[in-house]
Structures are given as structure tokens and as C-alpha cells.
Design a binder for this molecule. Structure first.
Ligand SMILES: Cc1cc2nc3c(=O)[nH]c(=O)nc-3n(C[C@H](O)[C@H](O)[C@H](O)COP(=O)(O)O)c2cc1C
Length: 211
């Protein structure tokens, strides 16, 4: 089978303006609930695109950890490649794809760090193993081999044995402050539905886009 011959006909659903809220956050929340109900694998996995210092795009997966009326949040190492890129260009674009629902959400906006208190609150909720990992891994730095990483993990484990693991300074969350949000629903004949929302002077404008 050649991947060029793969063709899927999307028939599950449609987007009709008369059923859609004027506020895209409402729709975003509905779609997240539907993805959870449909038991989509890793429903909060999203591709996060940033801009390098040379102006080139760079993309990787992260986990969406919540949305509110203004922003979407994720957590990472501030000294990672993405952290350095967000330092020089604090803007990002994200894409979520739920194959089972034939749905894509894209959004973009300016990026800000969450407060230390917000990052600490989330850090405390993580499994101990992940908290150790945040100390042990200098994310995006070259490592000599896997053994080096595993030894560092054990070292950190011993350092914090019987103690609470505090959030490292270099670890925390970012919020992407929504500027655009687009909902895509696959339809037959490649006539997919695309509803694009853009924030302008504090008000959401809505447009249908050609697929
Ligand atoms: C499904 C999935 C979810 C991920 N979630 C995160 C995340 O929430 N935070 C994170 O720092 N890295 C996450 N990663 C790892 C990143 O994709 C990436 O490898 C890492 O953050 C380093 O990226 P950078 O070098 O561009 O900073 C995830 C990877 C996958 C495949």
C-alpha cells in the first residue's frame, strides 16, 4: 500500500453556523468533552509550533492542560529549545487532531509564562516519577547516552528520598492567549467545514473558510 493511495471519506458530522456559539471557547469546551466521551487516545495531545531565532518554524507535541476564556496552557522546561524560542518570539500556534471524530482545532496567540504559583500547583499534582524527571532531564540538551540520563534520575531520586519534591525553577507553564481559533470538521467530497474565529478589539468575529 502506498500512502499516496490512502483516502478517507469524512462523513461523521457537519458544522452549521446556526448551531454554533458566538464564543469559540464554548465550542472548544464542547469538542473537548466530545473527544473525552469518544475515548480518543491522548485527547489533549497537540502540536505546538514556535519560531526559532532565525525565523524558522519548529513544531513538537505537548499536552494541553486546560483552557479558560482567554488562554490555553501547557507545561514544559523553560530552558528547552521551545522555551528558548518562546523567549525570543513569544508567539505560538497549535493544532489538535482527533481522527475518530474527524476534527481538527487550530489556535494561535501571544505566549506568556504562568505565575510561579500556578506552575507549582500543577507540578504538585504530577506523579512523583514525573517530578523527578523534571529535575533529572535538561530537556533538549545533548546527552552522551541513556545511562547518563538514568544515573541522573537515580541521583535525583536519592537526593529527594523521603522529601517533597519542589518545582525546579526551570520548569513551568505557559499560556497561549487566544487570538484565533479554527474548528475543522471533515466532510465528504473534501468540502470540509472550517469555522474561523478571530479576536478583534475584545470581540470574537466568525467566518466560514473554504476547505
Ligand atoms: C503526545 C506527546 C505529548 C508531549 N507532551 C509534552 C509536554 O506537555 N511538555 C513537554 O515539555 N514535552 C512534551 N512532549 C515532548 C515534546 O514533543 C518534545 O520532545 C520536548 O518537549 C522537547 O521539545 P523542544 O526541544 O522543542 O523544546 C510530548 C511528546 C508527545 C509525543
Amino acid at each position: 500500500m502506498d500512502i499516496a493511495d490512502l483516502r478517507k471519506r469524512y462523513t461523521r458530522n457537519g458544522l452549521d453556523e446556526k448551531d454554533l456559539p458566538l464564543n469559540p471557547i464554548e465550542l472548544f469546551r464542547m469538542w473537548i468533552d466530545e473527544a473525552l466521551d469518544a475515548e480518543v487516545p491522548e485527547p489533549n495531545a497537540m502540536a505546538l509550533a514556535t519560531v526559532t531565532e532565525a525565523g524558522a518554524p519548529n513544531v513538537r507535541m505537548v499536552l494541553l492542560k486546560g483552557i479558560d476564556e482567554l488562554s490555553a496552557r501547557f507545561f514544559t522546561n523553560y530552558q528547552s529549545r521551545k522555551g528558548r524560542e518562546l523567549e525570543s518570539t513569544p508567539s505560538a500556534a497549535c493544532t489538535i487532531w482527533w481522527a475518530e471524530l474527524e476534527r481538527q482545532i487550530r489556535f494561535s496567540g501571544r505566549v506568556k509564562k504562568l505565575s510561579v504559583a500556578e506552575s507549582e500547583e500543577y507540578f504538585r499534582s504530577r506523579p512523583r516519577e514525573s517530578r523527578i524527571g523534571a529535575w533529572a532531564s535538561e530537556q533538549s540538551r545533548p546527552v552522551a547516552n541513556r545511562t547518563e540520563l538514568e544515573e541522573r534520575f537515580i541521583e535525583v531520586e536519592q537526593m529527594f528520598e523521603g522529601k517533597e519534591i519542589p518545582k525546579p525553577q526551570h520548569w513551568g507553564g505557559y499560556k497561549i492567549i487566544f487570538e484565533t481559533i479554527e474548528f475543522w470538521q471533515g466532510r465528504p467530497g473534501r468540502l470540509h467545514d472550517r469555522i474561523f474565529y478571530q479576536l478583534s478589539s475584545g470581540k470574537w468575529n466568525r467566518q466560514r473558510l473554504a476547505p
